[in-house]
Design a protein around this ligand. Structure first.
Ligand code: ADP
Ligand code: MG
Length: 696
């Protein structure tokens, strides 16, 4: 199957192919991301109006929607233009008024003839002590009142679109929906009580009660599962594709690792040993490793990664460690230097700053295999960087990469094993959605001896106190980070600029005491400033969030974050993780600009209550949503229309198992279930991954 299956054509046609949808409506729908009939199917009502018929309005909670049969008693035309046209009606127990503005009287008199019976439905309210409905939603002849659904779906809309038009368009799209072959395993479907796809759509768009709008309702749950399943199939296909790539068994003899472990003043944590064992097993297997190493700040991921790199070297290969920024690449290089020396392997660094002869020399050394382990930035994946025999690629702190980038990167050498490290503790649901193609090792245990960081919320109005405390701390030999949220110049209006803060702190604490790093600085200056701080020459480092990830200065024991309320929780947790690395008692001051909203206070309070990155990430996710957490654009996360990644973790896990099972049983997607799954991938616009299906 090379193109979209014909059975789906009607759903991928122009929206204007639907009766009643012209170019004007097409534009309006486009504003809400609805571009084809398929999109209408997956735009579900978010609520509903109960139109169950009552005998009388008496006893109704007002204001509230009511549907009653009435007799028309009287018309009172507006006395002046633009006035109200009032129709008095009587139901089985009460008399009330229907009120219309800007309507033609003769039209209303035909709609509601004197003495006739009508079913009216609308919002009843009291005005001047009398019950009335202004502009009823429905006025029907009792003979046709059966057409009125007892429970009317309410859709998300956009400017220029009415419920009526939306409903009509959805009905037309539903009429186009074919009865597709089932892609869900029958036993799973039976166990969950899920309807077939076509039926699920009908039910989801025609709820009979409010309960049927809930995500747990079988029809809705099935449709959410479909979305997750398609996504997980795409990830599983990527995973299978990588694993099929004829991997090389990298078996180390442990001699280099032993030297490093002997040189360390501490033993590995249990979690580190577990992770290394998992990695070692993966690398030794004759297929590609594609593993995620997840662990909170300070859990000791770097050491684990280095052990993995040494396995590659022990096996006669090279390894590369890629960091997201220059600063981090240099820090890794510096930090790993002693370990590399202990092992007796050659470590080299390559970044965008390497130019000319020096760069050529490094590339030569890589090509000839003199360099065992390369540390660097994105520069290590440039086209002219060739390894003699690359065995393992480690990518540090790069939760911002999507599946596609990960796949491209592993193409740098034949059968390169890939290890991705992330310090952002990702809630399970997100990890499943984002890294479903990978196997996961978790460092869920921190090295002993860390003192928890005392965290406090401080309003900016107490700036002077904070600076005073800082002065004392410096006098005691402590060091501090001071983080300012610097954004683009144009947006910097009310944000403390790092440069201004730098000047102010220098004035308060003395010249030469304060350093500055920010993103716009020339790289060499940035390195120099970092180095001066690391060496203890400067005592306070004013920085933008460039220090967010990984930076390690054990003597720094104070972290001040300005405008903490505009940072993400996970980001603040990362920042706080920069201190509390040494033996000293550490402090984190989260400064906010009052007044602090209730939500913002709740968010920041979580940081005071816990140091558990996973819990923080879960809370952050619950409060902000998946997109915000990773940054929707960069996340590579799909937007789910029906499924809710925050609240349907179990469903996502189910989808992952189902997807992996299908690919295990039927790698070429040839069976009936496999064929149906192909159609699902097209339906869910995950068709890019179809080319990854195993052939032959
Ligand atoms: P992460 O990258 O997970 O944030 P790092 O790898 O930077 O953590 O480790 C943080 C610090 O902990 C480093 O200084 C490292 O040398 C130290 N460390 C790593 N493993 C251990 C261990 N098992 N026991 C004590 N300290 C450790
Ligand atoms: Mg790190």
């Amino acid at each position: 199957m090379s193109g979209r299956p014909e059975v789906l054509f009607p759903l991928f046609a122009d929206l204007t192919s639907l009766p009643g949808v012209g170019e004007r409506l097409q534009k309006i729908f486009a504003q809400m991301g609805v571009e084809k009939p398929r999109d209408l199917l997956f735009t579900l009502p978010h609520s509903g109006i109960d139109r169950a018929r009552r005998a009388t309005i008496q006893g109704l909670d007002t204001p509230g929607v009511v549907t009653v049969e009435v007799e028309v008693l009287e018309h009172r035309r507006p006395r002046r233009k633009g006035g109200a046209h009032v129709v008095t009606v009587r139901d089985a127990g009460a008399t009330f008024r229907l009120v219309f503005f800007h309507a033609r009287p003769d039209y209303l008199e035909r709609l509601l003839p004197l003495g006739a019976r009508r079913v009216v439905s609308g919002r009843l309210e009291f005005f001047d002590g009398a019950p009335q409905i202004v502009h009823p939603d429905h006025v029907l002849d009792p003979a046709e009142a059966d057409d009125l659904p007892l429970f009317e779906p309410v859709y998300p809309l956009t400017q220029g679109l009415s419920q009526k038009v939306m409903r009509k368009a959805v009905r037309a799209a539903l009429a186009r929906a074919p009865d597709l072959d089932e892609w869900i395993d029958e036993s799973l479907r039976a166990r969950e009580g899920w309807p077939r796809w076509r039926v699920a759509l009908e039910e989801a768009h025609n709820p009979l009660t409010a309960a049927e709008l809930a995500p747990e309702w079988p029809a809705r749950q099935r449709l959410a599962f479909d979305e997750f399943y398609a996504h997980q199939l795409a990830l599983a296909l990527a995973r299978a594709h990588l694993r099929r790539g004829k991997g090389v068994a990298l078996v180390g003899d442990g001699r280099l690792r032993r030297k490093v472990l002997d040189s360390l003043p501490f033993p590995l944590t249990g979690a580190q040993r577990r992770a290394i064992a998992e990695i070692e097993k993966d690398m030794a297997a004759p297929r590609r490793m594609n593993r995620l190493l997840q662990g909170d700040v300070g859990a000791g991921k770097t050491l684990v990664a280095f052990m993995a790199l040494l396995i590659a070297v022990e096996a006669g290969r090279q390894g590369v460690l890629m960091a997201p920024t220059e600063v981090l690449a240099r820090q890794h290089y510096a930090g790993l230097g002693p370990l590399a020396a202990a092992a007796g392997v050659r470590l080299e660094i390559l970044t965008g700053r390497d130019k000319g002869a020096e760069r050529r020399a490094k590339l030569d050394a890589l090509r000839t295999g003199e360099v065992d382990i390369l540390v660097g930035t994105h520069a290590v994946f440039q086209d002219d960087v060739t390894f003699k025999a690359l065995g393992l690629a480690v990518i540090d702190e790069q939760h911002r990469f999507g599946v596609a980038q990960r796949m491209r990167l592993s193409g740098k050498g034949p059968a390169v094993d890939v290890l991705v490290m992330t310090a952002t503790p990702i809630p399970r649901s997100l990890a499943l959605a984002h890294y479903g193609d990978m196997d996961v090792s978790v460092l869920d245990e921190k090295p002993p001896g860390r003192t928890p960081v005392a965290t406090a919320l401080v309003p900016t109005t107490r700036m002077d106190d904070v600076i005073e405390r800082l002065r004392h701390a410096i006098a005691e030999g402590r060091q501090a980070y001071w983080v300012c949220p610097l954004v683009e110049e144009s947006e910097a209006v009310d944000l403390a600029s790092a440069e201004e803060r730098y000047k102010a702190l220098s004035a308060a604490l003395g010249d030469g005491v304060v350093g500055l790093v920010h993103g716009q600085m020339p790289p060499a200056e940035k390195d120099a400033a970092m180095a001066r701080f690391a060496a203890g020459e400067t005592r306070v480092l004013v920085a933008t969030t460039v220090i967010e990830v990984g930076v390690d200065v054990p003597n720094a024991s104070i972290m001040v974050v300005e405008r903490a309320e505009i940072f993400g929780l996970a980001q603040l947790h990362q920042l706080r993780g920069r201190v509390g690395r040494g033996a000293q008692k550490s402090t984190c001051l989260l400064m906010y600009k009052p007044p602090l909203s209730e939500t913002a206070r709740r968010r920041l309070t979580i940081l005071r209550e816990t140091d558990d990155g996973f819990r923080i990430a879960e809370e952050d996710l619950a409060m902000r949503g998946a997109g915000d957490l990773i940054g929707t654009v960069q996340s590579g996360l799909p937007r789910f229309r029906i499924g809710n990644i925050e609240h349907q973790t179990a469903l996502m896990a189910l989808a992952q198992n189902a997807a992996r099972k299908l690919l295990h049983d039927d790698p070429g997607l040839q069976s009936p279930a496999g064929q149906a799954a192909r159609v699902l991938l097209w339906l869910m616009e995950e068709d890019k991954s179809i080319r990854l299906i195993a052939v032959g």
